[in-house]
Design a protein around this ligand. Structure first.
Ligand code: ZN
Length: 221
């Protein structure tokens, strides 16, 4: 079924489904846990709209691709064009949600060692699971966001904008020097420490700023 973004009241978001620009190594502790050096500039990669699926009752992943690792991330939904001439980035943010950036870690490690692009490990079908989005009003502080991710009731990851190497505005400024963001695009802002592999049947939960706790079950078939 084709992905459609939804607001947290369940209504469909009246924006096109765009691309995801993703940030790697935006939390010090996560870069360290994978023995990666901290980047001099934000490390960017993209996922196409074909990678999106909803974080609702079931998350579907393919077994034949290998082991899927999770990365829980804060996700920014873009509501108006942002390019290298933009002055105020927060005005262009329509909503905030959470997402899982799925990664075939073994494939990524091989591609990295061969100096090859990461898309096969990061941009495959279903590799981006997105919760509903909460609308952002003009005065919403993008700075104060905290979120948690549990597997089978155990807290696995806790993200906080105060722990990010680059803030959301800094990321948007850097991204749009190279990639304009269009309405319906999303930015995945990087994952904190605690990443790992998923198992068929895992019960996942995501919660942003003590809001609704979204739940899903992993189906790897
Ligand atoms: Zn990620």
């Amino acid at each position: 079924m084709l992905y459609k973004a939804v607001w947290d009241d369940g209504s469909i978001i009246d924006l096109p489904v765009g691309k995801a620009v993703c940030v790697g190594r935006n939390y010090v502790a996560h870069a360290q846990e994978l023995n990666n050096p901290l980047p001099d500039e934000p490390l960017l990669f993209m996922k196409p709209s074909s990678s999106f699926q909803s974080f609702d009752s079931e998350i579907k992943l393919r077994e034949d691709l290998g082991e899927h690792h999770y990365e829980a991330e804060l996700v920014i939904l873009i509501g108006s064009v942002v390019d290298r001439d933009t002055v105020c980035y927060s005005d262009a943010v329509a909503g905030v949600g959470l997402g899982l950036d799925f990664t075939l870690r073994n494939v990524q490690t091989r591609l990295k060692s061969q100096g090859l692009p990461w898309e096969r490990a990061k941009a495959y079908d279903g590799s981006c699971a997105l919760t509903p989005f909460t609308p952002v009003t003009k005065h919403h502080k993008l700075r104060d966001s905290e979120y948690r991710f549990w597997i089978n009731g155990e807290l696995k990851q806790r993200g906080d904008t105060s722990l990010m190497i680059n803030s959301i505005e800094e990321l948007m400024a850097n991204i749009t020097q190279v990639f304009s963001l269009y309405p319906g695009d999303i930015v995945m802002t990087g994952t904190p420490a605690g990443v790992g592999a998923l198992t068929h049947g895992d019960k996942l939960q995501l919660q942003h700023n003590n809001g609704v706790k979204y739940s899903s079950t992993v189906m790897i078939t």
